[in-house]
Design a protein around this ligand. Structure first.
Ligand SMILES: [Fe+2]
Length: 511
């Protein structure tokens, strides 16, 4: 390992050590910033978080600045904003001379910025920007490329802690990629403990992407490490009694040597293990084991976040199913309507190439769009046939009631706009809709999708008191509303979806 790598590694270990001692999530970003600032010999370090609503950056941890001096920077100003908008690290020697430098902050704090290093904090997975970290005035000259790498690593850690926990396998792969720069090994596998079934399940396996690898937790080196929580360095695998040779026999792969380290959560419980096999140029050393332990800390954070996220997502989905079922129970005439509207909306969004993140939001808003109906009187809700003017007026309140009820749920950031989207599904482009009479651009785009999906579903679905309309006839009715009620692109997308398999997927009749 080169000297520079060694120093970098020592710094990472130090950050890791301090992180593992900090139990408070709220204080964690401060600990990271302080450590990074100290290790880099920077005079000041500041963590900025992006407020997506106001498009401002707020300093949530500013070393050396009095707490009453709030630092708020418009996203489009300054070097920190530039780094965040361009999603790249900026390393500047004379900040005052830089065209993008925003001198107002120095004005507020009475500080003079010379050298500056800023790194964006980007959430792995969907690539959303969460904020950025800024280091000011390196005491010993200018920030080096090595400092950049350390700050970027710190930004990764912060992203894992600050994000929605929406972390996919890429976060883990990134860490393994970094490890490869230091150790030339053949394969790495990350296992997660499935305590319920007593197994280790691979969440990442080099050379076996897409394969379902799981094994008995009582067998092999990985099992031993998971059970004891102690790391192992095995110089000769086949000479070790704990090694399970059956895998090699089955696959024809030859395991010579390996390293295996536990992945522990912040409470010290073993979440999984990381195993690295066959050092290409000889055997693993104690230094390699230290290095892997350091990387394991970061992988454990990613894994813990993924597990927490999965659990909360599961909990959220079950709550959602319960809510959908409760609308059905209340409004048995249209049972299943909400879920089918969500299905049609997903189909439309698929044609419009929505990202997963937006797709999830749309689906939840679609499932809950009519939730306000639980507040509509039975006599109106369950009336078969046409409603009179007064009844219709009462029925219309369901849209604003959807907002009032859903707005009381504490949705996570990803789903924050569910109440607004759900409540706007009866708005029309020409402003003739309800509850607010919004016009074209005032209506959330996802509400426009739900609106089309809602009408399409209502026209084509069979109800116990009438047959569903043929698709062509329903589309004719919808076509008549294009431009006044419905968005032309969305209606076109619906037709493309129906033509590309949506018809069959929805189980619609051909005639
Ligand atoms: Fe509705």
């Amino acid at each position: 390992m080169a000297d520079q790598d060694r120093r970098h590694f020592a710094l990472l270990l130090e950050i890791q050590r301090r992180l593992s001692q900090e139990r408070s999530m709220a204080r964690l970003p401060g600990v990271v910033m302080q450590t990074v600032g100290e290790l880099m010999d920077a005079d000041r370090s500041t963590l900025f978080l992006l407020d997506a609503e106001t498009m401002e950056l707020r300093a949530c941890f500013a070393q050396g600045v009095a707490a009453d001096k709030a630092i708020v920077v418009p996203l489009r100003m300054g070097l920190i904003g530039t780094a965040i908008l361009q999603r790249r690290t900026l390393n500047v020697l004379n900040a005052w001379q830089h065209p993008f430098f925003f001198a107002d902050i120095d004005g507020v704090t009475g500080y003079r910025t010379d050298s500056l290093l800023v790194v964006p904090i980007v959430q792995p997975g969907d690539g959303r920007v969460l904020g950025g970290l800024e280091l000011l005035n390196k005491r010993s000259g200018r920030f080096t490329p090595e400092d950049e790498t350390i700050a970027e690593d710190a930004a990764h850690w912060l992203a894992a802690r600050l994000g929605d926990g929406d972390i996919d396998a890429r976060a883990i792969e990134d860490k393994l990629e970094a490890l490869r720069k230091w150790i030339d090994f053949d394969r790495a596998t990350v296992f997660r403990v499935d305590a319920e079934h007593g197994r280790l399940v691979a969440v990442h396996a080099d050379g076996a992407a897409g394969l379902d690898i799981s094994m008995n937790m009582r067998l092999g080196i990985a099992g031993f490490v998971a059970m004891t929580g102690e790391p192992l360095l095995i110089p000769e695998a086949h000479a070790d009694a704990r090694f399970d040779a059956s895998h090699d026999r089955r696959t024809g792969y030859h395991t010579r040597n390996l390293l295996c380290v536990p992945l522990k959560d912040s409470a010290g419980e073993v979440l999984g293990v990381i195993q690295v096999i066959n050092r290409r140029d000889g055997t693993f050393t104690a230094g390699d084991l230290d290095l892997l332990s350091c990387v394991a800390g970061a992988v454990a954070i990613a894994l813990e976040n993924a597990i927490l996220f999965e659990e909360s997502e599961r909990q959220f989905r079950s709550l959602l199913d319960t809510l959908a079922a409760s609308i059905d129970a209340r409004d048995c005439l249209t049972a299943g309507h909400s879920l089918r509207v969500a299905q049609v909306a997903r189909g439309i969004a698929g044609v419009l190439e929505f990202m997963d993140h937006d797709m999830d939001l749309l689906e939840v808003a679609a499932i809950l769009h009519d939730y306000g109906k639980i507040g509509v009187d039975d006599a109106v809700l369950k009336k078969e046939g046409k409603l009179d003017a007064e009844e219709f007026g009462h029925m219309k309140t369901h849209a604003s009631m959807s907002f009032d009820i859903l707005d009381r749920i504490r949705f996570s950031r990803k789903y924050r706009s569910v109440p607004l989207i759900a409540a706007s599904h009866h708005e029309n482009l020409d402003g003739s809709g309800y509850p607010r009479g919004l016009k074209d651009h005032e209506i959330p785009f996802m509400s426009k999708i739900i609106s089309v999906a809602d009408v399409f579903e209502a026209l084509t679905a069979d109800r116990h008191y009438r047959q569903g309309m043929p698709v062509a006839q329903a589309l004719e009715i919808i076509d008549r509303g294009v431009g006044t009620k419905f968005d032309a692109h969305i209606v076109a997308a619906l037709k493309r979806y129906l033509g590309n398999g949506g018809h069959a997927e929805l189980g619609l009749k051909t005639e």
